[in-house]
Ligand binder design. Structure first.
Ligand code: ADP
Length: 582
């Protein structure tokens, strides 16, 4: 608005001055013309027809009484006033004016704003004209000096200037009003745009401004709206993408940690927090490596391509595998590292078990093989000649071969369970009847150790469904163990109980019992509390492992309770709703 007003002011000043100057010039020209005409008149009507100077004054007074606001004077060639319309007799006023000097040279000359006092003694401004009158020889004889009061003209000019000033003020006011409206129409939308842009920057993406015109501002507003709309679309796209990532990361079972170039933790997912058993979200990389005692070399090796970037470390009872994946920008500068954590406890346990299992199998097979080998060698070296000895040796070899065969049989059976290749031949079994028969079969072994083996049938008939051969294998194994691991005169009791879901067959002995540390391990493959004793009794250490597999394949359980030195109770749990109804 200020610029606008300034512009108007400049235009007004320039044009006003121009108009005033032109007016003034016109006025002066007009006055000059009048003065010249008046002088000419004096020259013709007064000077040319006068005979001497006295005469001139007389004629001047008679013919031309001072006309209008003009004053006429006649000067001789030396500039001395000899007649005047202002005063009728001497002394005539003396005039000093450059125009008179010019007229003495024969030139008609004018001057403006010449100040001098008039007859009443007032200082006034004059417009003057000096008109030379020449004689026949062409010499300047007289000078007619006419003058006119410039006051009127000045007044006119002042009035014009006032008019111009008033119109300037009015146009300034109008211009100010127009400027204000103009500024409003211009700044209004710009202010709205500024406000919109600020709101956009503050994250309020729902910005749509009203387009009021089709000019540049209108186009700018439309572009702004388009930009806001696109921005919103892109932001929602980005946040959707982010949410998707968040959901994936959140629901992953693997832990994910990402560190920036300075090693600060910038993200850790829920699985990561669970796996690391930490609630710290502001760890840095070196702290992380230090806390979990991870070989820092893993991280440093990252400069090398194909370097091993994973490491296994324990957290509590768990084993975690951390894989380090560095990431960089397009220029190849490293910007950080992503660490993926996997819980490999199960895997490691299985791995360890597999290794132990292979070691156990080799060991179990090697023992009978060594025995067989040494007896055959002894036989070949001549023991064959002694019939009794040979017989005895062959018996041992046969026994060892049997043991190997049992071992292989048991292993095969376990493998089948592992590979889920076992098909159960399910029939109805009357437990009371079935168990009393099994106990009767084992009676002979118990009696051999003078043990009492008794079965108390359940008060009501108990019917279960299962694979008769396999269940008899379990029962047999457990009763045999009770006999094997109890001393003479021990008593072994077989009985049935039930709860809501299960029929429970327990075999309770008063044998040697199993220590607290060994108890949870007796179902492991090849686990034997007393290896020598077990082996001496022909056990493979696989019996309970197989029994457990069989019970589980019937949706049942096999549990053991024991007190060291007092006795053991093994319980088979038969699930009442087995097999599930189809
Ligand atoms: P084994 O072939 O050695 O008998 P099992 O798998 O049947 O193998 O049993 C595993 C181990 O559990 C045995 O070596 C023994 O130490 C222990 N055990 C099993 N039953 C009893 C029991 N009734 N009393 C004491 N110890 C037992």
């Amino acid at each position: 608005m200020i610029m606008y007003l300034g512009l108007v002011l400049i235009v007004m000043i320039v044009s006003g001055t121009y108009i005033l100057l032109t007016l003034k010039n016109n006025e002066i020209n007009k006055s000059n013309q009048q003065l010249a005409l008046y002088a000419e008149k004096i020259s013709e009507q007064v000077i040319h027809s006068a005979t001497d100077a006295e005469n001139i004054q007389e004629r001047l007074s008679n013919t031309l009484t001072s006309a209008e606001n003009m004053q006429g004077n006649v000067l001789d060639a030396y500039g001395v006033t000899i007649a005047s319309t202002a005063v009728l007799q001497e002394p005539y006023p003396t005039f000093t004016d450059s125009a008179i000097l010019a007229a003495m040279d024969g030139q008609i000359s004018y001057s403006f704003a010449k100040k001098s006092t008039d007859s009443s003694g007032l200082v006034r401004e004059w417009i003057t004209c000096a008109y030379p009158v020449e004689n026949e020889a062409g010499e300047v004889e007289y000078i007619v000096y006419t003058r006119m009061d410039a006051g009127d003209m000045q007044e006119n000019l002042v009035a014009s200037a006032q008019t111009i000033l008033v119109s300037a003020v009015i146009s300034l006011i109008l211009a100010a009003a127009m400027g204000y409206i103009f500024a409003q129409t211009l700044t209004g939308p710009i202010l709205a745009l500024t406000k919109g842009a600020k709101a956009l920057a503050n994250g309020k993406l729902d910005q749509s401004l009203k387009v009021r015109s089709s000019d540049e501002i209108g186009q700018l507003t439309s572009s702004f709206n388009y930009m806001a709309q696109e921005l919103k679309k892109n932001m929602s796209e980005i946040s959707k993408e982010k949410n998707r990532l968040e959901i994936i990361l959140h629901n992953m079972t693997d832990g994910v940690l990402s560190f920036d170039g300075d090693g600060n933790l910038i993200h850790i997912n829920t699985a990561g927090i669970d796996l690391l058993k930490t609630d710290r979200r502001n760890m840095n990389l070196s702290e992380f490596l230090h806390t979990y005692d991870i070989n820092a070399g893993v991280y440093l090796d990252m400069e090398k391509e194909n370097a091993n970037r994973s490491v296994i470390f324990p957290v509590g009872k768990q084993f975690l595998k951390a894989s380090f994946a560095p990431y960089g920008n397009k220029q190849g500068q490293r910007e950080g590292v992503v660490v993926v954590l996997q819980d490999i406890t199960e895997q490691k346990k299985l791995d360890d078990m597999r290794k132990e299992f292979v070691a156990n199998v080799s060991h179990e097979l090697r023992t009978p093989l060594t025995t067989i080998k040494s007896y055959t060698e002894t036989l070949m070296e001549g023991a064959l000649e002694e019939k009794d000895l040979a017989q005895e040796f062959l018996g041992i070899i046969d026994g060892e071969a049997d043991r190997m065969a049992f071992l292989v049989r048991d292993l095969l059976q376990l493998t089948r369970f592992d590979n889920k290749q076992v098909r159960l031949d399910i029939t109805e079994i009357d437990l009371n009847d079935f168990l009393s028969r099994m106990v009767r079969q084992s009676q002979i072994h118990a009696e051999a150790k003078q043990q009492t083996l008794t079965f108390t049938p359940y008060e009501k008939p108990v019917i279960i469904y299962g694979d008769r051969d396999r269940i008899s294998q379990v029962v047999n194994n457990i009763i045999t163990n009770a006999i094997k691991y109890s001393l003479e005169h021990a008593s072994i009791r077989v009985y049935i109980t039930e709860d809501q879901d299960y029929y429970k067959v327990s075999v309770k002995d008063t044998g040697m019992g199993i220590s607290r540390e060994d108890l949870p391990r007796i179902f492991e493959r090849f686990y034997r509390v007393d290896k020598a004793r077990s082996r001496a009794m022909g056990g493979t250490g696989l019996g309970l492992a197989i029994a457990k597999e069989i019970m589980e394949s019937h949706q049942g359980k096999l549990t053991a309770e024991s007190e060291y030195g007092k006795g053991t109770t093994m319980t088979m749990w038969f699930y009442k709703n087995f097999p599930p109804m189809e």
